[in-house]
Design a protein around this ligand. Structure first.
Ligand SMILES: [Zn+2]
Length: 284
């Protein structure tokens, strides 16, 4: 199956009321397990990488590996570069072969965010690359003020203008979600999700989905959100799997078997997320 465009995948998800997990991967193994999980579930998935890992793995090589898995998958798989916090990082992502890139100007003043995203979209259009942007600011789960107060939330009345002026293909919104572990249980602002959904025509993205109660994410799916970023919980599943294996002593002294042994747990984790984000039991 050919690699699919993120935006086409998300538009299908929006129309058919399912969510697509966008799983943050760090290497070939975590990307492969993510794609295999999607194949087992007969549902699409997005494999994404954070450019801050570029010193750990060359982004060009990991983009190529992810595209290889996508092109050979039996289900639609899309590949995406996550949080590109400067113009240069976003354009490097396009150069390195990511068919979709997020440019994150959400910490900037509104007009600067608009200008940054527009400038990246102008380049991306030349190469047919999808661009995700963020309006409002998704902060850190370790700081309750980042997600429990609405100061940083997306303003629906600005969202339509933002999408129109920037030409972004999808929009990440801040609605009570945050990155990393949460210091207390988040409560998503469903009214705001609905208002954002009504305000813009492009797919909506939720960052920081780890540890948000499943029923809240399912409600967000039914309100029309379609991309759900998951990093922290996947990394935790990876850690727990390695920890379990080391404690068992089953592969004592064999690093290769240890690394290959985490596949079952990683696939099981991603499969559970795919099921959870498909509350209406859509199947491909
Ligand atoms: Zn994020």
């Amino acid at each position: 199956m050919p690699l699919v465009k993120v935006n086409e995948l998300l538009q299908d998800a929006t129309q058919n009321h399912y969510g697509v997990p966008a799983v943050n991967c760090i290497n070939v193994e975590t990307a492969r397990y993510t794609v295999e999980a999607a194949e087992q579930e007969h549902m699409p998935v997005i494999v994404q990488f954070w450019p801050g890992f570029k010193d750990y793995v060359p982004l060009r090589s990991i983009a190529g590996a992810a595209r290889y898995f996508a092109e050979n998958a039996s289900v639609p798989v899309a590949v995406h570069q996550d949080h590109s916090w400067t113009y240069q990082i976003a354009v490097e992502g396009i150069r390195d072969g990511f068919p979709s890139v997020m440019v994150d100007g959400s910490s900037l003043p509104y007009e600067q965010n608009v200008a940054l995203v527009k400038s990246v979209v102008d380049v991306a259009d030349v190469f047919g690359v999808d661009i995700e942007a963020e309006l409002g600011h998704v902060g850190n789960g370790s700081n309750a003020e980042d997600f429990a107060t609405s100061d940083f939330y997306t303003k629906p009345e600005l969202a339509a203008e933002f999408v129109e002026r920037t030409g972004c293909g999808s929009l990440a919104i801040a609605v009570g979600n945050a990155h990393g572990p949460y210091v207390k249980v988040p409560h998503l602002d469903f009214e705001r999700i609905q208002q954002c959904r009504e305000a813009v025509g492009v797919p909506l993205v939720m960052h920081g989905c780890s540890d948000i109660p499943p029923e809240q994410l399912q409600r967000a799916v039914n309100l029309g959100m379609s991309k759900f970023n998951i990093a922290t919980e996947y990394f935790r599943a990876l850690y727990r799997s390695l920890e379990k294996d080391i404690k068992s002593g089953e592969h004592d002294g064999d690093g290769v078997k240890l690394l290959l042994g985490v596949g079952d747990d990683c696939r099981a984790f991603v499969r559970e997320k795919i099921q959870m984000l498909n509350p209406n039991h859509y199947s491909m």
